[in-house]
Write a protein that binds this ligand. Structure first.
Ligand code: GDP
Ligand code: MG
Length: 176
């Protein structure tokens, strides 16, 4: 089995954009996880000759036309954070490397702090902090604020343009 790299983070930070950039036309396998909605996408990829399986957590929900308020463990809007945290928990259990994605446009949110707290306390595998949507120099500079999450240096990326994604992938394969 290839090493597992899970992308976690609250909705809308760009997890699926990064996943799709890596997996592209390749088949993404959907996995049913007990106790959660059907929302993890698995895809095999490689970087610098290192093969791994990338997991997009929350993969189907927001890309599937389902209103955000309808997702979650029991279908109630308030469960979105429970759901994000459950996915982070699963990543802690099964992934070899966790990519924690945040949004450089919005800055740190309470939801980011909750996920960061969980990862700091329970993750025994490497956690790589990725500040996405750092599309320009100003946002790249603003991304230093994510140091405050206590997970080390944020790797600044723009999943939509591809800027910095090579650096993120270098970091990922370093940890495999
Ligand atoms: P997810 O919910 O974490 O999977 O986030 P998505 O990948 O669905 O992206 C949420 C929104 O952010 C979409 O409208 C994306 O086009 C946008 N987005 C993703 N990456 C970037 C980026 O690097 N820069 C900008 N400006 N927008 C992005
Ligand atoms: Mg998504």
């Amino acid at each position: 089995m290839k090493p597992l790299v899970a992308i976690v983070g609250r909705p809308n930070v760009g997890k699926s954009t990064f996943f799709n950039r890596m997996i592209g036309e390749r088949l993404a396998i959907v996995q049913d996880m007990p106790g959660t909605t059907r929302d993890r996408l698995y895809g095999d990829t490689d970087w610098n000759g290192r093969e791994f399986t990338l997991i997009d957590t929350g993969g189907l929900e927001l890309g599937s036309g389902v209103p955000v308020g309808q997702i979650g463990l029991t279908g109630q809007p308030g469960d979105i954070m429970d759901h994000v945290k459950a996915q982070a928990q699963l990543a802690i259990e099964e992934a070899d490397v966790i990519v924690f994605m945040v949004d450089a446009r919005s800055g740190i949110t309470a939801a980011d702090e909750e996920v960061a707290d969980l990862l700091r306390r329970f993750a025994t595998k490497p956690v790589i902090l990725a500040a996405n949507k750092a599309d320009n120099e100003a946002r790249r500079q603003d991304s230093v604020e994510f140091y405050a999450l206590g997970l080390g240096e944020p790797i600044v990326v723009s999943a939509i343009s591809g800027i910095g994604t090579g650096d993120l992938l270098d970091r990922i394969v370093e940890e495999l």
